[in-house]
Design a protein around this ligand. Sequence first.
Ligand code: KIV
Length: 321
Amino acid sequence: MKTSRVTIHTLREMKRRGERIAMLTCYDASFARLLDESHVDVLLVGDSLGMVIQGHDTTLPVTLDEMIYHCRAVARGAERAHVVGDMPFMSYQTSPEQALANAGRLVKEGGAHSVKLEGGAQHAALVARLVACGIPVMGHIGLTPQSFHQLGGFKIQGRENGAAERLLADARALEEAGAYAIVLEGIPAEIASEITAALSIPTIGIGAGAGCDGQVLVLYDLLGMNDSFKPRFVRTYEKLATRIRTAVDAYVADIRDGAFPSEAESFYLAPDKRAPRPAASVASLTAYVGGCAPESPMDDGGAAPPAQGDDGTPYGSPKKP
Ligand code: KIV
């Protein structure tokens, strides 16, 4: 049975009912399928991929084409979750026309259901324009990583005099412009709670305390993929860096020892083809068994027991069977 899609209306309804919204970043189809199965409501294809996937120090180098590529993968893997495409640095700041065209590409080519952009009142007119054109917008205020150089680093925002009022005014401007939700990043919990109470649209916090309508984390942080990165606002639910290293160490050791692949993990010739052959045809058979014959890629005519993959499926595709 097909599950019904989480929409911007579902999210607003969740806020009304006092139900907390679970959001995570996601960058590929395999994870999208898994997160969907765990009923994560919103998958954010965040430009944080510039840091956790591409290895940059900031999100600034990420391009629109790269965002579209990852959005497409996530959209293919998610059946239930609402998929948000992040607008990367300089894809919406240069002109409203450019911003509209770029947001349109995230939806049309990337399959995103909505877009997210960083900034408050200064982008209210743009948000209204996108919404008027049928593109739902999630706002993002507080610690806005695309302003890394302006902010002087990844620093908690909102502690100086007048900052709480400015953040509240930004949130109100985004709501009035038609944003359907707002990410509150790296701000004191009291301010986030005040903003949440003042708005009818949901707030999604990251490093903004428990008073928001929902929470978001970077998936790789939650999974503990980088064991030297432990900021205070992240709760690490797994130690995947350690587990992955252990698994890959075992794989490397098995190869060194000749323990992988086993007989059960190998393909064999059919009994009637096992007669000794001249050297030239043995070479061509080796190529065939290695998967070079497109007509019958993994056909197992030999004695080994059939295993998953004998139907020719090359990898664990994230598509449901
Ligand atoms: O890019 C991103 O992943 C984000 C979230 C951390 C909110 O903007």
